[in-house]
Every structure is written in structure tokens, then in C-alpha cells.
Design a protein. Sequence first.
Length: 127
Amino acid sequence: MQSGNAAALAEALGDTPEDTVMPTYRKRIGARFKESRNAVKISQEDAARQLHLSQQAISSWESGSRMPTATQLSRLATLYGTPADYLLFGIRTVPVALLRGKNDEQCFSLASLREGFRSLVKALVKA
């Protein structure tokens, strides 16, 4: 059973009343874990072996029933070749190395900043 505030937030996010915010958020994170693993064509077993974990750990992260530690998340992001902030929030960042030697106008347009801000707000509201 949810508290009044959690139920109101879940309803505002479009979740059914029985859902709670955290399980929904964890399912979204899990889906990004699975999507990123599939993008690099690695099986759960291979990912588990490379991270020195069990296949069940990878499976539980992808289902959203459990979450990795910060260290495990960092290793997972490295293995999948994706930033940890994408895995957690669905936000893609630009590596600083690509921006070196460019002025602000070359790095960002107003439209791209506005779109990035909208994506960030949407991700936070959905969280």
C-alpha cells in the first residue's frame, strides 16, 4: 500500500495505483541495462563471467528486482561501452575530449541545450 504522496506521484507519472515509483524506475533502469548489453551482443552469461558475477545477478538487474553497487555499475558501463548516467537516467553525455579546443558556440546550440534540459527534466520526473 502506498502513502498518499507516493500514490499521487505514481498517478501523475501515469503508473497504475498498485505500482510504486521505485519499482517502475528500477524496471526502466533494468531495460536500459538489457538494451545496452544486447547492443554489444553480449549474453548475460558472458557479462557475468567478465564482471566476475553470477548470471542471476545480471538477470536481477535487468528485471529491476535488484540494483548493482556503484562499483558494479561502473564496471557494467565500461563493459557495455556506455556512460553510467545513460544506464541510470537515460541521458547521453558528450565526452569532454570531443569538446576540447572548441568554443561554447561550437559545442552547444541553444536548441540542443533546450532539448537536453527537457530530456533531463523528463528523466527526473519519471524517476
